[in-house]
Design a binder for this molecule. Sequence first.
Ligand SMILES: Nc1nc2c(c(=O)[nH]1)N[C@H]1C(S)=C(S)[C@@H](COP(=O)(O)OP(=O)(O)OC[C@H]3O[C@@H](n4cnc5c(N)ncnc54)[C@H](O)[C@@H]3O)O[C@H]1N2
Ligand code: MOO
Length: 339
Amino acid sequence: MRKIAVEEAVGMVLGHDLTKIVPDTFKGAAFKKGHVLRKEDVEALRKMGKNHIWVLELAADELHENDAAIRIAKATVSEDFILEGPSEGKISILAKKKGLLKINTDLLEEVNNRERIMMATIRHHTVVEENKMVAGTRIIPLKIKEEEIKAVEALCHGQEPLLQMKELLRLKVGILVTGTEVYTGLIEDKFSQVLVDKVRQMGSEAMDPVFAPDEEEVIESKIGQLVREGAQLILLAGGMSVDADDVTPKAIANASTEIITYGAPVLPGAMLMLAYAEEIPMVGVPACAMYHKITVLDLVLQRLMVGEKPTKREISALGHGGLCQHCEVCHYPVCTLSR
Ligand SMILES: Nc1nc2c(c(=O)[nH]1)N[C@H]1C(S)=C(S)[C@@H](COP(=O)(O)OP(=O)(O)OC[C@H]3O[C@@H](n4cnc5c(N)ncnc54)[C@H](O)[C@@H]3O)O[C@H]1N2
Ligand code: MOO
């Protein structure tokens, strides 16, 4: 690579994008790689603090930053993503469709542990909309030995993709509202609508809510009814904590063939239960989910909605960061709860 004073570089070809930053106003490539410098560019370059430019000379075994970034992106993502750029040497990675983003975080760490290569992502297990930017990658220098990129490609080969998307399934979701005070009409049900909204937001269908008093056998038989009516996932609202009338966990346990957890290390939502009746997940949702916008329910639901079965270990891992800060404006999933 040769360093040339800008006034002597007129007519030469830029070796990389040149970034201009004006606080609060602009950040981007003022001059793109490949631009042939004109006399009138010299003054603009000086204002950007560039008194010299690199004239790029690539050896046969070297890659330009743009080509390296494309190679890294292609090696690390599945076909569920759109690659944008390179711009200023960086490739942006966007989700093609709405779905659950999954990140092979071990592989991400390995890639980033290599010299001169970086990739930054949003959090593992985030539901993202179509066209959402989920990652960016680049190399640190302007050029790199091709063998270093080949090493990344080899690292990723045959492994779970570093980035992949899981499609949200269209499930038929049963909603069972427990509580004698609601069942008898003493108070109006405010819980089912919250659950219906969450289910719909994930692209699934909420069945008409069914109701049960705080009686173990009745709740259990209503679970059976929902299963017969084709529920593929059942949400049970309320009666999940320690009061004498809180019998929902017992009813879920009776109806289940497997209990993943009763209790989750997330606040709000500590009293959540996840169990299975054969293939059908049942979630005991504590009443806090009726009050707080985001609880552990959201973290568990996004996994169930793509057909995954969270393990006890995965639920245990939610404890780190699992303390909601109750921000004035909720920024979830851009917060510690997300992963
Ligand atoms: N001493 C303790 N108190 C509480 C504990 C605890 O461990 N020890 N756990 C707390 C946690 S965590 C939660 S979350 C809440 C609520 O848990 P539950 O799921 O058992 O909720 P319920 O007792 O059934 O109801 C609480 C409250 O919400 C009203 N409710 C319930 N369902 C509906 C509905 N469908 N529509 C409208 N309102 C509803 C209910 O009437 C009660 O007022 O407990 C903490 N306390
Ligand atoms: O189940 Mo509760 O209030 O921990 O959120």
